[in-house]
Ligand binder design. Structure first.
Ligand code: AVJ
Length: 323
């Protein structure tokens, strides 16, 4: 294949440095926490793909339903020449957009970006093989850090799908949307997927499936600590916990220590003590109300031109234009 290049903004060393910082901050806090990005080594990305096929995990299917139905409308509205996908993962749902933009005759380039080098490379190569006329320019990096360096010909359409925006706490979410706006020219586009507030039982089941795949995904962050920072965490010492925080309207995933224990993290110069029952927060996944998404987009300098949901109203997709 000669229509694919992969650019690395983050080496393995950069990742280790960033993880060390996050560990020093989050694991020495009185309420222990880590950012959700650390699930996604090769194994974590695979586990997430497995999650997307679980009966309880509706967001992927709901979003795919919207994209399959509305991709032609996205293509007609945007006339995008470049599709940039942040946190692309396997890019499976993105094919609906690529197909529609290709049929519309405007698309020349696809820029998938992801923190996981293995997931990104695999996805970029698969797409390059299936779309031989498309210039595929993969970027391995963190979508918060490397936005300014995203390539592509105007008009660009930035897609941030899956509801991953919900992983940011509110203040960081606003900063992130502003930074996306800052790299776009007026008239360029953002396609944003947001999971919607719904009954807590449905939400909790989506993050605590019967087969335990999400539990394994959650514990994978410990394996990443062990591999990158020489830690000695035993995943079997922690239970998977998923709770709905009704005040903040987000799901929290946590790991709960089954006994008093110490995790040594030599790569961060830290010994982390857990009391039996103590929680480590590993993810927040915020759920949204349609009007809040619109106003947050407006605050960041976007006009929402389309709002689509699946038939069952579980998941929303916003198409917005940079003001
Ligand atoms: C990939 C961030 C959208 O928050 O639903 C799946 C990750 N965590 N199950 C989400 C996830 C637990 C997922 N995102």
């Amino acid at each position: 294949m000669n229509n694919v290049i992969i650019e690395r903004h983050r080496s393995g060393d950069d990742l280790t440095t960033a993880l060390r910082q996050d560990v020093r901050e989050g694991l020495s806090a009185s309420q222990k926490w880590l950012p959700a990005t650390w699930f996604y080594d090769a194994r974590g990305s695979e586990l997430f793909e497995e999650i997307t096929a679980l009966p309880e995990y509706y967001p992927t299917r709901a979003e795919r339903e919207v994209l399959l139905r509305e991709a032609p409308a996205v293509a007609a509205a945007t006339g995008a020449r470049t599709l940039v996908e942040l946190g692309a993962g396997s890019s499976e749902k993105t094919r609906a957009l690529l197909d529609a933009l290709r049929s519309a005759g405007t698309l020349t380039g696809f820029v998938p970006q992801d923190v996981s080098a293995s997931a990104l490379t695999e996805a970029a190569e698969a797409i390059a093989a299936d779309y031989p006329d498309l210039a595929v320019h993969g970027v391995v990096g963190d979508f918060t850090a490397n936005l300014g360096e995203l390539p592509g010909t105007s008009p660009r359409l930035v897609a941030f799908l899956g509801g991953t925006i919900g992983n940011f706490p509110p203040a960081e979410r606003a900063a992130f949307l502003r930074s996306v706006r800052a790299v776009l020219k007026p008239g360029e586009w953002l396609l944003l997927g947001t999971d919607l507030v719904k009954d807590p039982a449905t939400l909790v089941a989506a993050y605590d499936d019967a087969r335990g795949v999400t539990a394994e995904f959650n514990r994978n962050v410990l394996t990443v600590l062990n591999a990158r920072l020489g830690a000695d965490a035993d995943p079997a010492d922690f239970d998977h916990v998923a709770v709905w925080d009704a005040e903040h309207e987000w799901i929290e995933m946590r790991l709960r220590a089954r006994r008093d224990l110490v995790v040594h993290v030599p790569g961060a110069g830290l010994d982390v003590e857990f009391r039996a029952g103590e929680h480590l927060r590993t993810e927040v996944s915020a759920k949204f109300r349609p009007e809040v998404v619109r106003s947050e987009l407006a605050d960041a300098g976007f006009t929402r031109e389309h709002w689509w949901t699946d038939e069952a109203n579980r998941f929303g997709v916003s198409l917005s234009r940079a003001v």
